[in-house]
Design a protein around this ligand. Structure first.
Ligand code: UT7
Length: 352
């Protein structure tokens, strides 16, 4: 017998430092006007010198647990979607396990670039389906600003840092809701359209200088744009069809936040009216695998996502990879805690 899973906690953490379009214009040949018009992005967050993907992830995880009213010791699995881990290993998830005190939970990361959170969520839900896991933290966390080529204005204005997390558990017997449909796809023949170099690239090896190849992101923006619109719309229709739903049944769509024009074009293809596609990219830019969980946390805190709502998540990213998921939103015990709470003595969970 397989168990369905549902999200019972959600949290997000973003670094304090804000980099506005005007700040960027001081050292990149760009303008606030161009960035806002072509992407919708106004500012993004940048990790401090002492922050890493795992420290952002741990904060988001603490908030997800707080919003669910669940202690870290009850978590038995942590899966993080990331393409900017602290190092090649250990996994970000393992560092989070120690940071939050999640017993001896199973931990590993998945890398599907910006589709990473959906891949992580689907992986964790399989562990719950088989009974292998009872409570899983699923995280999307990135420090994208660390792999930017700041001389490439067509990419460095787009990305930002941040983390989001959800707590997943089995739907109790007799209850409905939870995750009910998933599609994930890839096309590695298009790998050259969007990739990041790294220390294991050709040229590294015995005698070569360690980390000779500094990691940086490379993208053919126009081709990725077209693929993004088509693939997110097609995956969304495919997963809706499988679940016996149509776009009209959806209360909210939470898409990967890369570009306002991509989201609008995708929503048009689905025939979604008005503000049914959630957007917060104006404030954070593209945080890769973190965009969807950050958006979920904010949508919950804003009261735009409520128990019983039918929602659709969709994403695309380097690989190329893409996918979509349908779910019925479950109650969150303390929705206001998704964004943190005012600093308390002895607490490192603060609002930002
Ligand atoms: O998570 C997945 C990651 N990637 C994405 O989702 C990105 C997908 N692609 C895009 O969002 C868009 O293609 C971009 C935002 C990257 C570019 O927008 P565009 O409307 O496709 O612009 P373009 O590449 O066609 O460039 C138009 C012009 C060019 O100038 P010329 O050749 O027409 O003189 C660019 O050099 O805009 C110029 N340009 C800029 N100008 C000011 C490119 N970047 C900038 C910039 N500031 N930052």
């Amino acid at each position: 017998m397989t168990q369905r899973s549902r999200i019972v906690g959600v949290g997000r953490y973003v670094p304090e430092r804000v980099l506005t379009n005007d700040d960027l214009s001081a050292f990149v040949d760009t303008s606030d006007e161009w960035i806002v018009e072509r992407t919708g992005i106004r500012e993004r967050r940048v990790a401090s010198e002492t922050e890493t993907t795992s420290t952002l992830a741990a904060q988001a995880a603490r908030r997800a647990l707080a919003s669910a009213g669940v202690d870290a010791s009850e978590v038995d699995l942590i899966v993080t979607g990331t393409c900017t881990p602290d190092g090649m290993f250990p996994a970000v998830s393992t560092l989070v396990q120690h940071a939050i005190g999640a017993g001896d939970a199973a931990t590993f990361d998945v890398n599907a670039a910006c589709t990473g959170f959906l891949s992580a969520l689907s992986t964790a839900s399989q562990f719950i389906a088989t009974g292998e896991s009872r409570r899983a933290l699923v995280i999307g966390a990135e420090t994208m600003t660390r792999i930017m080529d700041w001389t490439d204005r067509s990419t460095c204005v787009l990305f930002g840092d941040g983390a989001g997390a959800v707590l997943l558990e089995a739907v109790p017997e007799g209850e409905t809701g939870g995750l009910d449909g998933l599609v994930l796809h890839s096309d590695g023949s298009q790998a050259g359209l969007l990739y990041a170099t790294g220390p294991c690239a050709p040229g590294a090896g015995p005698g070569a200088q360690i980390l000779a190849q500094e990691a940086h992101l490379v993208m053919n923006g126009a081709s990725v744009f077209k693929h993004a619109v088509t693939s997110m719309a097609e995956a969304s229709l495919e997963v809706l069809h499988r679940a016996g739903l149509t776009p009209a049944d959806l209360d909210l769509v939470v898409p990967h936040q890369a570009n306002r024009r991509i989201i609008t074009a995708m929503a048009d293809r689905l025939g979604l009216a008005g503000d049914r596609a959630y957007m917060n990219l104006e404030r954070y830019g593209n945080t890769s695998s973190a965009t969807i969980p950050i958006a979920l946390a904010e949508a919950v805190a804003e009261g735009r996502l409520n128990a019983g709502d039918r929602i659709l998540l969709c994403a695309f990213g380097g690989g190329l990879t893409w996918g979509a998921m349908t779910l019925q939103w479950a109650p969150i015990a303390h929705p206001a805690l998704a964004l943190g709470e005012p600093a308390a003595v002895g607490s490192d969970v603060t609002a930002d």
